[in-house]
Design a protein around this ligand. Sequence first.
Ligand SMILES: [Fe+2]
Length: 241
Amino acid sequence: MNPPCYDLHTHVVPGVDDGPVTPGEALRIIEKMRNAMPKGSVVAATSHFSTNMAYLAAMSRADRSCRFAEKASDESLCVIPAGELLLGIRKSGVHELISYPGTHTVLVEFTHGLFWFSVLRRIVRLLKCGYRPLLAHAERYKWATANRLRLLAGMGAGVSMSMRSLAIPRYVENAEWIISSGMCHMVTSDCHNIRDMVLGDYARETVERLCPGGWRTLAEENPRILLEDGQLPPLGGAGRG
Ligand SMILES: [Fe+2]
């Protein structure tokens, strides 16, 4: 039997973002994950949040994630509450509500078209607050060259990619590059609905085709290190400047 794997980016909480609308849909996605992932695997429910949200609204959304995670978990699949933060420049405190449980790491995304120095400024501000970013779908940003991703990893950031990008034509090339070149610490599903890929056999085969031996690092070891609040390894790789 395969060891447990970790999917640290999913949209499975019903009625809060562009993920499932009804509780029934949400539970069907969870069931698909439970059937596809090895026993004991972990899924983080990372609904969308923004540093521009009202704090009370963020608290209420975080509370819904907690309740959903508790309800969806059993001995074969553990669902943990977290969030995906659209990182702006405003000091909001939202990151404290949605970091991965027991850690000081928060999944972050950026507005498309944001310039590199604006990205860097936002990340430095988060680091100064004592929180580490895990970059969501790094393959989607034009600024995310190999050198810049290495720089961010050296500052303490984690880099993740979304398997969902492999189904979006404009992202496929970069998604394959980021896995095959070793420029991400982990793969995630970023699953929004029942049709999206989850971290099962097909995802494993895809990762192994692009990066032989990579599944163990990208889906098992690195995400586990993150949830233990440990230090992720340096990024390797080459290409794309
Ligand atoms: Fe997402």
